[in-house]
Structure formats: structure tokens, C-alpha cells
Design a protein around this ligand. Structure first.
Ligand SMILES: [Fe+2]
Ligand SMILES: [Fe+2]
Length: 158
């Protein structure tokens, strides 16, 4: 399998987001380490619930910043959740260690790219616009009449 471990470069200077991302890395490692069968099932369910909350949190921040509901960052979240939910469903029907291995490898490849581009762009926009991640308050609201943001806000994302 393809273990993902936390690296200093994953830090985005956004403590709430960084904490959630560290938890994601730990929960993915727990899925990888779980014994096949019920333990793997439980670890997958925990990872799914955490990832749903993780993405919901980022999407709430995006909504407060004026991102369109269907921006590229949110669409990528949705694709990942579809795969994760399908793996959890299929694993619940018949434990399949190979399926879990493929999921872990795919998420281990996906996370560093997503964090360094989309989440980094979101963290930067949050800092620029003064969004408090704990309270959701925004120092610089979107100008009245401004178009919703459809990209992820980064220079490498359309
Ligand atoms: Fe994230
Ligand atoms: Fe994200």
C-alpha cells in the first residue's frame, strides 16, 4: 500500500484546516493498518464521517466568501465523496482488502495535490478576506453585485 504520512509542507498556516488535515492523514493510516473485515469496516466508516465533515466545513467557508455552489473545489470534494461512499458500501457487503488498498493508495496520492492547490488557495483567500474559521465572521465581505467565485481562487485553478 501507499502510506501517507504528515509532512511539514502540508501545513497551510490555517490551524483549524491543518488540524482537520492531520486527522485525515491519521484516519487514512488507521484504515491502512486495520485488520481486514470488521476493523477495516469501522475504520472506513470513521474516515467517511470525518471526510464528510471536513468537506462540509471547507464548503461553509467557501459559501461565506462568495464562492458559487458549484466551484471546482467543491466538485472535487463531491467526486472524492462519491468514491469513498461507494467503497464503504461495497466493503460493507463483502470485505475486500484489495479494494481498501486501492482506496488508500488513491487518497494518499490525491490529498497532497488537493491540499497544496485547492485547500491552499482557500486558506489564502480566508486570510486575505479575514474569515475567522471558528466563528465564520468575515472582515471583508464580497462587494455587493460581485460575481460568485467559480474557480478555487488559486492561480492554477480556473
Ligand atoms: Fe481539506
Ligand atoms: Fe478541500
Amino acid at each position: 500500500m501507499n502510506t501517507l504520512t504528515w509532512l511539514p509542507e502540508f501545513t497551510l498556516q490555517q490551524p483549524r484546516m491543518d488540524r482537520t488535515h492531520q486527522e485525515f492523514v491519521d484516519l487514512l493510516a488507521a484504515v491502512e493498518a486495520a485488520a481486514p473485515g470488521e476493523a477495516a469496516d469501522a475504520a472506513l466508516q470513521t474516515l467517511l464521517a470525518h471526510t464528510e465533515a471536513h468537506f462540509e466545513q471547507e464548503e461553509d467557508w467557501m459559501a461565506r466568501l462568495g464562492f458559487a455552489g458549484e466551484n471546482c473545489h467543491s466538485m472535487q470534494h463531491e467526486s472524492v465523496l462519491q468514491v469513498l461512499r461507494e467503497v464503504v458500501r461495497r466493503h460493507g457487503l463483502a470485505a475486500d482488502a484489495a479494494l481498501v488498498g486501492h482506496l488508500v493508495a488513491a487518497l494518499a496520492q490525491w490529498f497532497p495535490v488537493h491540499a497544496s492547490m485547492m485547500d491552499a488557495a482557500l486558506a489564502m483567500t480566508m486570510a486575505e478576506r479575514g474569515l475567522d474559521p471558528e466563528t465564520g465572521t468575515l472582515l471583508q465581505p464580497q462587494a455587493a453585485g460581485a460575481a460568485a467565485i467559480t474557480g478555487c481562487g488559486g492561480s492554477r485553478c480556473g
